[in-house]
Design a protein around this ligand. Structure first.
Ligand SMILES: Nc1ncnc2c1ncn2[C@@H]1O[C@H](COP(=O)(O)OP(=O)(O)O)[C@@H](O)[C@H]1O
Ligand SMILES: [Mg+2]
Length: 465
């Protein structure tokens, strides 16, 4: 489109030309007033002169006129151009402002452009923030627009269901290929415009699905949103809890049943026989000892697992800890004619809670003795490096099958239930060991070969003394 300046100039030139031509024609009528007898030659000369004067007047007026027009139209043309640029999306376009002339329109348009630029920066930031939020929310997200097709998904959703964004955007919920339970939930939300929730299992994991209608500020329906939350860990924890309760009840029931049975038999008359009485009371005592041990271990474990569990960390000598532990298990060691050989540097020190560390060593040494044949040897070794201290307890016992190793530190996990029970074990010893070592910031590792022996390795990373 031509600029305002060009259009006004053309209009001005046309009007001027018409006016001057009219003036020329009018002046032409005055020839006869000068003289009646005027020759054609003089007339021609007069015409030439008139035309010349009028042309000069035209050019001069046109020159001055366009200058004036330019002065007034130039700012308008510039503003128009800037406005067109802004309309085309260029928020950086500005009208040059000449300080000599006031140009309120230009200033206003520049202000509009600046505001627009700020708004679009804000919008881009909002968009980016929303995108980051959606991507990092940790839950899968799927959104359907008003017309029922997918218009937003996030990375978590893509990973959970192994879909690619491009594949599903624009599809309806029936076309996406979601598990049946989820399809039904989405359909319910669409039909009832109410929140719906369900839980589904996908392969190994459990997902909680939450579907809700999206209602705009004025009550208008904008679509629906579906959030997928991975609750596998929660379900597993729940299972561990249930298993634990079942295990504890089972462990408690055995000695209680036995105590109850023997007491009833005694009360039914067996106590008159002194031999039987002594026999039964010994069993009852043994069973109550078991109960006592079990409850002690349970309390111990729950204490360690408590939030505020505190260690009394001191600089302690490893050789004295191992000697103390050896003394505690010496009775069992002698009974089985076994030996515990320890090679520990007298000066080896560690930052630890000495009572707890003795407890760990006693638990592991008791196991080494319980699960070994008579006259075998248990070796305890300590080595220290820049990274930390390692304690190794190695026996020549019955060993553990490779398949059992990963579950060894679970509460109540026992390779041979009957044997463990005979040895007086509660099945909680290694669980306590693991918790205590981890409370010290250390790690535990077990290696074993069936019928050859088992090796427990504890590593305590170096701490500042
Ligand atoms: N040194 C070892 N040699 C062989 N088996 C072991 C050894 N230490 C532990 N185990 C196995 O690990 C199980 C769990 O040990 P633990 O938690 O101490 O419970 P328990 O009360 O049965 O001793 C034991 O029942 C036993 O089967
Ligand atoms: Mg044990």
């Amino acid at each position: 489109m031509k600029s305002l300046y060009t259009r006004l100039s053309i209009a001005f030139a046309t009007i001027l030309a018409i006016l001057l031509a009219g003036l020329g024609i009018v002046l032409g009528q005055f020839f006869h007033l000068i003289d009646v007898e005027i020759t054609g030659q003089i007339q021609l000369k007069y015409w030439y002169f008139l035309s010349f004067i009028l042309t000069v007047a035209f050019l001069l007026t046109l020159f001055i006129g366009t200058r004036v027009i330019r002065q007034y139209t130039n700012p308008i043309d510039q503003v128009t151009y800037t406005a067109q640029m802004i309309a085309n999306g260029d928020n950086l376009a500005r009208t040059p402002i000449d300080d000599r002339y006031s140009n309120d329109l230009g200033v206003a348009v520049n202000q509009i452009a600046r505001n627009l630029q700020e708004i679009s920066i804000l919008r881009a930031m909002e968009k980016e923030r929303l995108k980051t939020l959606i991507e990092s929310m940790g839950s899968g997200l799927l959104m359907f627009g008003r017309e029922g097709s997918v218009n937003l998904v996030n990375g978590v959703f893509e990973n959970t269901f192994s879909f690619r964004r491009e594949e599903i955007i624009g599809k309806t919920f029936k076309e996406v290929g979601l598990p049946e339970g989820i399809e039904r939930l989405i359909e319910d939300v669409f039909l009832t415009e109410q929140v719906h929730e369900c839980q589904i299992q996908i392969n190994e994991s459990y997902v909680s699905v939450y579907g809700a209608p999206v209602i705009g500020r004025h009550g208008n329906w904008l679509g629906i949103i579906v959030v997928f939350h991975d609750i596998t860990k929660l379900i597993r924890l729940e299972k561990v809890r249930k298993d634990f309760v079942a295990n504890v009840s089972h462990e408690l029931r055995t000695p209680i049943t036995s105590i109850k049975g023997f007491t009833e038999t005694l009360l039914d008359g067996a106590m008159s026989d002194e031999l039987i009485l002594k026999d039964f009371l010994t069993i009852i005592q043994k069973e109550s000892d078991r109960l006592h041990l079990l409850v002690d271990d349970l309390l111990e474990l729950s204490g360690i697992e408590q939030e505020g569990f505190d260690l009394n960390i001191r600089k302690v000598s490893l050789s004295s800890i191992i000697e103390d532990a050896k003394k505690i298990v010496s009775g069992a060691v002698e009974k089985k004619k076994m030996r515990i050989i320890s090679e520990v540097d007298e000066t080896a020190m560690i930052l630890a809670d000495s009572d707890r560390l003795i407890q760990v060593m006693v638990n592991v040494l008791t196991n080494a003795v319980n699960y070994s044949k008579e006259e075998t040897t248990v070796r305890v070794g300590v080595s220290a490096t820049m990274e930390g201290t390692t304690i190794v307890v190695e026996d020549e016992g019955i060993g553990i099958d490779k398949a059992e190793l990963p579950r060894l530190f679970e509460r109540f996990y026992r390779v041979d239930r009957a044997r463990s029970r005979d040895s007086g074990g509660t099945g909680l010893g290694l669980a306590i060991v693991k918790h205590l070592i981890e409370a010290h910031g250390g790690t535990v590792k077990v290696e074993s070969e069936k019928d050859i022996g088992t090796k427990f390795t504890f590593f305590f990373p170096e701490r500042k003394m």
